[in-house]
Design a protein around this ligand. Sequence first.
Ligand code: SF4
Length: 511
Amino acid sequence: MKTHDIYLYKSDRHKDTDFNMWLAFPGPESFALSSLGFLWMFKNIDEADNVNVEYVCTDTPMPQYRVDDLSLIGFSFTFDTDFLTIFSMLEKNNIPLRASERGDDFPLIFAGGPVVSANPAPYSDFFDFFVIGDGEDINLQVVNICKANKDKSKTEVLTMLDKLEGLYIPSLNQKKVKKLTKKLEECIYTPIISDRAFFKNTFILEVARGCANRCGFCLASYLNLPLRFMHYEDVIKTIELGLEHTDKIALLGAQLSAHPQFNKICEHIYEKVKEGRNIEMSVSSLRVDAITPEILKTLVATGQKNITLAIEAGSERLRKVINKHLEEHQIMRAVEIAVNAGLKGFKFYGMIGLPTETQEDIDEMIALAKRIKEKYKGFNISFGFSTFVPKPNTPFQWYGREGTASLEQKAAYLKKEMHKLGIDISVSSAKWDYWQAVLSRGDNTFGDFLIEVYRNGGKLGAFKSAAKKYNINADYYALENYPYNKELPWDFIDIRPGKEFLIEESKRLVG
Ligand code: SF4
């Protein structure tokens, strides 16, 4: 099948340099081609004239540069279980998993992304260094240092890299590593538009980074403070660039609609549709209080039939506990606006097992669904739930999960009651979320355990047997409440607003 990629920058495959690197994506190419951060990073390095960079995915048949010819490999690490795919990519290329087993003949290997920025400790045996936080600017500096010192030993290169802020280098015993926060002076977009991408031929651009709401469990918010917006003029210019090549536009941002000119951005696209342009626009999940007639008018005109709304918890009490100040009348108003705008449905996103949750909170969720269903007959609502996972560097990092059996009971009850109402519902696996929590609050004793999980196939049983074999007290990481004065494996990562603030916030929210 003939494929079609459009590069929005000049990519030169034949540079006069002997410094080669891979940017590696732990998933198929279709996902990589829909990953904004990954592609932007790739473009930045590809544009530099002193480095040959190739992106490599799980289904890349034969990379252009062989491992022997590489000086550097950078892995994107977005999900807790990405380590499994990363290990298999390393082994497929005959690269030892542990950094200590890779001599100077092997390239330096690093990782970046939200998981390792929040807590790199469990993975510290496997990478030579980690980029902590926004990596857009530092990656080129890393490349330059590695290139300038290509003939030096790994230890010497790592010592030089230590001069850069925002790198965690496990072999150097650093006391503190400051998270990088990028000043957003340019609008970031997918520089390759491809019909092989998961979001086919879609131009994705970032309109806002972070979220000022600071829900107690939310890593996306705490890791990306302060909330930053792209300049309106820049957003419009970037949208125009995308529209030169495709009709499919996706706007990205955890709190998109908080952009001071979001209505104007939507209006700009709406005008184009009115002029006859067949634009399909999608947006990442919206906050309920962002549902305005102006925004929905554009979404409907650009073909969107459903939207995802995160309400997190069913009762106002629990929404307050998690810092999501959202009242039922606001949810009802959002549905009303959506119905009037001609939208077909909402998918509500929520969590179960949040700290302090009781059966009443679960029943409130069902009652809310019932009220919407009765009032807006014909409007399609569905629910997606995950179970609470404590994330490092959030106010809820000290809270353990509820037991798996009790979460499964809650999930079964919710499913039964929602089905009675004729509502589709999905709930993530409490068993998998348990192991996600173990990884999330894991520490630097995890090396053998992770390798064993991988060797045994990476399924639930593999986690269980590996934990047993290596005396990993999984319940301690997943279920226990930690005291505030406990030293945490990720305390050395310096992320604003800092631990004292998180303690205060945790006390304020949960009490
Ligand atoms: S509103 Fe959404 S993105 Fe913002 S802090 Fe809450 S959960 Fe996170």
